[in-house]
Design a protein around this ligand. Structure first.
Ligand code: PBG
Length: 325
């Protein structure tokens, strides 16, 4: 029987306890990862105007955030470095004294066994032109020269104690190149999170302020076209073949179809990144009184998990994890 007076789906929605009992998707703090910005040369945390509630941290601020993240039971933190000086090839990214590598050692020490410390492996925060790779003489992002830099970055991050390298640059062959470099130097336990399906998105807007990006133009020759669904799965399958330990889709909310495709096909964990613009839109609407902030946050993340993500990177990770307790 598919319809009729006896068929009443509303029975299972009748009370809060009943709804809780039959919920198909639950959020657990261990499924949440907090992105953290660490800025060189500041003495106290600096607010990011386009991301109300999110800070650029100094190293003491980083220690505090790591403590909060561990206390809240998060799965981990993803570190981004904001250097004082930038150059054409992003030297600071592979320098052991570069801000990201310094911050990683601090975070690893502070986190102990409570959190997985992860690092963004990309050149855009470190290059004066703001691109995710090295430019050739015509000003185009050179794929294979960039892979050499990624290999150097990977070794510096692994040496600093990062346990999971977040490859967000969208160069072809980056997973294989980094895996090879790590294994050759004995870092076979350092894992790779591949930002496999990363789209050239307007929703990264606020992040550009968060990392003081110097980008002119766009990233459309390496990040994916938002129009393409099949290509997102293709990128994920390539990264799996190259040895990715985890694959990710980014942004999250406008790409739930791609996330679902990847989740169906992947034999490793599938993550999603709820990016800066997704955060700021909800914060801005809530600040205007147009939306119920807490409900919108939870609904946005339940939706991402329901579509197939095992874990979500979100700027609300600590707040949401606390509210689940
Ligand atoms: C690149 C990188 C970006 C983000 C994470 N890693 C920016 C970009 O590709 O332009 C965006 C994250 C966000 O918007 O929250 N290193």
């Amino acid at each position: 029987m598919t319809s009729g007076p006896g068929i009443r789906p509303r029975r299972l929605r009748s009370t809060p306890a009943m709804r809780r009992l039959v919920a198909e998707t639950r959020i657990h703090p261990a499924q949440l990862v907090l992105p953290v910005f660490v800025r060189e040369g500041i003495a106290e945390p600096a607010p990011i105007a386009s991301m109300p509630g999110v800070m650029q941290h100094d190293l003491d601020g980083l220690r505090r955030v790591i403590g909060e993240a561990a206390e809240a039971g998060l799965g981990g933190v993803m570190l981004f470095g904001v250097p004082e000086t930038k150059d054409a090839i992003g030297c600071g990214a592979s320098d052991e004294h570069g801000i990201l590598n310094v911050a990683t050692r601090v975070a690893v020490e502070e986190a102990g066994d409570a959190l997985v410390v992860q690092t963004d492996l990309c050149l855009d925060e470190f290059t004066d032109h703001g691109h995710c790779g090295v430019l050739d003489s015509a000003g185009r992002v050179d794929n294979d020269t960039t892979l050499e830099r990624y290999r150097e970055m990977a070794l510096a991050q692994a040496a600093s104690g990062s346990q999971l390298l977040g490859l967000s640059g969208m160069m072809d062959g980056q997973v294989a190149a980094v895996r090879d470099a790590l294994d050759a130097e004995g870092y076979s336990d350092t894992a790779i999170l591949a930002y496999s399906a990363k789209y050239a998105s307007a929703f990264y807007g606020p992040f550009r302020e968060a990392v003081d990006s110097s980008l002119q133009g766009d990233r459309k020759t390496y990040q994916q076209d938002p129009a393409n669904r099949r290509e997102g799965l293709r990128e994920a399958l390539l990264d799996l073949a190259e040895g990715a330990d985890i694959v990710m889709v980014k942004p999250a909310m406008s790409y739930l179809d791609v996330l679902s495709d990847v989740a169906d096909a992947s034999d490793v964990p599938v993550w999603a990144y709820q990016v800066s613009g997704e955060y700021s839109m909800i914060e801005a609407a809530a600040a205007n009184g147009w939306i119920d902030r807490e409900r919108a946050i939870e609904e946005s993340i339940v939706g991402i998990l329901r579509a197939g993500a095992d874990t979500v990177l979100t700027y609300w990770a600590v707040e949401l994890a606390r509210s689940l307790r």
